[in-house]
Design a protein around this ligand. Sequence first.
Ligand code: ATP
Ligand code: MG
Length: 416
Amino acid sequence: MRQSKLFTKTRKEAPSDEVSKNAELLIRAGFIHKEMTGVYSYLPLGLRVLNKIASVIREEMEKVGGQEVLMSSMQPKENWEKTGRWNSMDDLYKVGDSSGREVALGPTHEEIVVPILKNYVSSHKDFPLYIFQIQNKFRMELRAKSGILRGREFMMKDMYSFHTNAEDFERFYEIMKDAYKNIFQRVGIGHLTYMTFASGGRFSKYSHEFQTISSSGEDTIYIDETSGIAVNKEVYNDEVLNQLGLNKEKLKEQKAIEVGNIFDLKTKYSKPFDLDFTDESGNKHTALMGCYGIGLGRLMGTIVETLSDDKGIIWPESVAPFAVHLLLLGEDEATLALAEKVYKSLIDNNIEVLFNDRKEISAGEKFADADLLGIPHRAVVSLRSLKEGGIELKKRAEEKGKIISLEDLLKMLASR
Ligand code: ATP
Ligand code: MG
């Protein structure tokens, strides 16, 4: 893509109404646009990142047997009354229309997925099932001040699993722990992310959160480096530590962001809708459920919070909006010709490139923009690089670049 055609522009000043680093950097770099508190639009660069994150998550969910659906955001009030959450859920958006009808704007989808399945499953042979979607959620968040870490409208991957017995649920729950570890590894925050024991509420002893260490996190966790697991402060007591075999002395206190969580739901939502099945002997039972969430925007914001420096964002290659940022410096014919040739070659080789071909912009400004946008590789074509025999290639996270030929550039980027 040519940057001269990209409608967004970078800005030098931080937006005055944002306090979080993720919102400040993403707005300055033109990835997102704030509509109101807790509500953001994703612009071309931001959407590319969001889509890459979605692809990683989708791949891992399909690997464990997940079937993707897209459920409705507008949800019948009756379904929410059936589970009792029409009145008990504080952050539920209730929307009325001119006919007086009220609907919920989905903050989560148990009230939709269970009635859907009821139409199709009835025998133990229909189980297990893993249903997921990637979709916008709506929640009346009171504390929406952390940019895209906590939105009132935000994108979530939510999966719901359905089982005939507890052993089968446990089996799949372990598989999901690994799938989540893969996801956070693949998007570049695996080294900062800990599976964290949290209170399971009424239904089970523990739930598991995936917490990424960050000073901007709302949660406090205690980490055991040896085992690589952590405990949320909310459940942290001697009894819990004992049960988990953790030594208090060795635990490290850290602030962290909850990027995902997995839950045992037992029959909390299957029961109100009578999601039953018959076993081999023809006896009826209620299906068991688990749920598994990841906030895509929150994950994107967490990457920005944890992997940026004072110049801007540093995207991991797996989620970067482009693989390479090509900068044209100078307007003489030879430089222009080489830059155009490099741009075309990259496209022909299916390497995603953002080409800063903007005119009348100083080299310093183009460098600063490249650092702010955070594309993993920067390829500069200038009179100087031309004289030295090619293109100056530098990784975003490194200080110094090196001159390489077009052929080597293509080879290097194709072999990533
Ligand atoms: P939190 O405790 O942070 O409010 P939650 O327990 O309400 O999270 P879930 O309802 O289980 O979260 O949602 C699953 C995932 O969706 C969370 O792990 C998080 O990554 C993401 N998420 C939840 N609320 C928001 C939000 N307001 N904005 C962005 N992402 C969110
Ligand atoms: Mg919440």
